[in-house]
Design a protein around this ligand. Structure first.
Ligand code: VAH
Length: 397
């Protein structure tokens, strides 16, 4: 029997051995090392599985982006404030710093990540650090470092320390040659942005680490996320957040996409709930590791028409941003999320009317506007040009 010297010889021998009919079965190569960074076979850097008592110990990277703070608040209600650590490379505002554990984490520093995971006995990691679509096109090399090299570090640390890892993907992981209406989970993915390419890479690498090393990797492709109390991060769908701020502050909005640009969208509360639900789903229920999730799909024109039902003087104009328009034209118009609904019971709560009422109430509240309900509609009693950023008088119809 020849002496097997290298791991590749082991794998080759396994794949080619008569016992392994690779045409029909995936070779279970999980025991061939715990992670790609484990060099000598006996130098086992693999953490023992930390038995999660009655809650995970959570780390969120990229915590100061559009979703991190909302996710931290949501998970702290579920697992306890001290069991959810928010992290970023930037200093947080006071109200965030004092709302729960916050630490520095740099996903480009592999040793920093390992130290955080070990010192805080992390068991779940939500990896939100990424440059989004439009901002990524303006800085491709940084997007490649953060979205790809950073991801590699997170995958390795998660594998070596037995973490349950969530990495968000996006409608941006599809491209102009993908079916667009609707877009299924499994189809051609040739995105035309560094953001999309990096997210396809994240999906494929996460699934590889799952099958090769047993990493509990879970991934959702998010639609454009609309958040009330957090700013979007320089993406293509950001118009759908800004419109509400401008509608309540000065009654008009300049949209940077064409009126009939249809994109899948979701309110942040649905997004955060879906993220927790897929992380809590029993492994046996997951037929896939990467799922589309959907809620609604609308155009700027349809969104403006819904806003007009509550702010009749509202005016929308269009000044198309060619970069964002080209990106949007390459993305799905509607998502097929039937696998998520079948496997782990995904169901959205917010459709367009609920979204608009919720967002207008949030932005209206800091201008002293009455809360909108079904039978309350605002009507400005003024010419918007003279509004000076505030509606002067309202009455309930
Ligand atoms: C972007 N808001 O526009 C992000 C998101 C689905 C889009 O990933 O880049």
């Amino acid at each position: 029997m020849p002496v097997i010297r290298t791991l590749s010889q082991v794998v080759r021998r396994m794949l080619l051995s008569p016992a392994c009919d690779c045409r029909t079965s995936v070779v279970p190569t999980r025991f061939l090392g715990f992670s790609p960074r484990q060099i000598p076979a006996d130098a086992n850097f693999h953490s023992i599985s930390v038995t999660e008592t009655d809650h995970p110990c959570v780390l969120i990277t990229g915590g100061l982006g559009q979703l991190g703070v909302g996710l931290a608040n949501f998970l702290r209600k579920r697992f306890g404030k001290d069991n959810v650590i928010l992290s970023d490379i930037r200093k947080p505002p006071n109200h965030i710093f004092h709302s729960g554990p916050f630490i520095y984490s740099d996903i480009l520093d592999y040793k920093n990540l390992r130290e955080i995971v070990v010192n805080n006995r992390i068991t779940w990691l939500f990896h939100y650090s990424a440059l989004l679509s439009a901002v990524g096109e303006a800085n491709v090399s940084l997007a490649r470092d953060v979205n790809i090299t950073g991801l590699h570090n997170v995958l390795d640390v998660a594998t070596e320390h037995n973490l349950r890892l969530f990495v968000p993907s996006t409608i941006g992981a599809f491209g102009p040659t993908s079916p667009r209406n609707p877009t299924p989970d499994l189809c051609i993915q040739r995105p035309r942005t560094i953001y999309g390419v990096s997210k396809v890479h994240a999906e494929l690498m996460g699934e590889y680490y799952h099958y090769r090393y047993g990493l509990d990797f879970r991934c959702l492709r998010y639609p454009g996320i609309i958040s009330a109390d957090s700013q979007p991060g320089g993406g293509t769908t950001d118009y759908a957040v800004q419109i509400f701020h401008d509608a309540t502050k000065n009654g008009k909005f300049e949209c940077n996409l064409k009126p009939n640009t249809r994109l899948p969208m979701m309110y942040i509360d649905d997004c955060l709930r879906a993220t927790l639900e897929v992380m809590e789903a029993p492994e046996k229920s997951l037929s896939m590791r990467t799922y589309n999730i959907n809620a609604m799909s609308f155009t700027p024109k349809e969104l403006a028409q819904e806003v007009l039902k509550h702010v009749p003087e509202f005016q929308i104009t269009y000044n198309v941003d060619a970069v964002r328009q080209a990106i949007a034209d390459s993305w799905p118009m509607n998502f097929d999320d039937s696998n998520a609904r079948k496997d782990w019971g995904w169901k959205h709560d917010f459709d367009l009317p609920e979204l608009v009422t919720t967002m207008l109430n949030f932005h209206g509240s800091d201008t002293g506007l009455p809360k909108l309900t079904e039978n309350i509609k605002w009507k400005s009693a003024c010419n918007l040009d003279s509004c000076q950023g505030k509606m002067i008088k309202f009455f309930m119809l």
